[in-house]
Design a protein around this ligand. Structure first.
Ligand code: HEC
Length: 169
């Protein structure tokens, strides 16, 4: 996790130096500040999205990888039911609510990461840089909804269906 954050900061550092141009007289302090601001300003922007698609979660999270087959409508339907039952108190598909809108989540997050967020949100809030950033933005802690690994996999399939078909399964 530290590695990832470091990677992002370094990337921004290079970007800031390369694009900054004029700041050559400013000295090291000014440049560091500029780099930090740059990282903050774009912390939920493109560079993070690119990085987070590969990020499965920190050491100790329950799921390390997920095998995705072709879309499975039965599984997606099961996921849709679970989602309505257990998640809609805080989430909508299309709109920000108490938590983030979940449309497009499979385009911005790794499937294993999504399952980890569902299966152990408390662990993720504690250890995962993306979840911590979401917490800072939403000011609410997602809570475990008593789902099994199979349930989480079905919900993931539902999100895949939404993102690939653009409709309910
Ligand atoms: C108590 C409200 C609450 C409930 C219930 C809840 N969530 Fe969340 N969820 C949040 C909040 C707030 C965040 C962002 C910060 C965090 O993780 O605490 C979040 C984040 C997420 C994310 C990451 C979104 C992103 O943009 O990367 C996913 C995926 C997610 N939730 C799925 C679910 C699913 C699936 C369920 C049902 C099993 C669920 N949540 C139940 C509040 C909730």
């Amino acid at each position: 996790m530290k590695k990832l954050l470091f990677g992002i900061v370094v990337a921004f550092g290079i970007y800031a130096c390369g694009g900054g141009g004029e700041s050559s007289g400013g000295g090291a302090t000014e440049q560091t500040q500029q780099t930090q601001q740059e990282a903050k300003a774009t912390s939920s922007g493109e560079i993070e999205i690119k990085d987070t698609l590969a990020w499965v979660g920190p050491e100790g999270a329950p799921v390390k990888s997920v095998e995705l087959g072709p879309l499975n409508q039965e599984l997606a339907k099961k996921g849709a039911e679970l989602f309505k039952l257990k998640c809609t108190a805080c989430h909508k598909i299309d709109q920000r609510y108490i938590g983030p809108a979940l449309k497009g989540v499979t385009k911005r997050r790794n499937p294993a990461w999504i399952m980890n967020q569902i299966l152990d949100p408390a662990f993720m809030i504690e250890h995962d840089p993306i979840t911590r950033e979401l917490l800072a933005e939403y000011h609410t802690r997602m809570t475990f909804q008593n789902v099994t690994k199979d349930d989480a996999r079905a919900i993931l399939e539902y999100f895949r269906w939404i993102d690939e078909k653009g409709t309910e399964p």
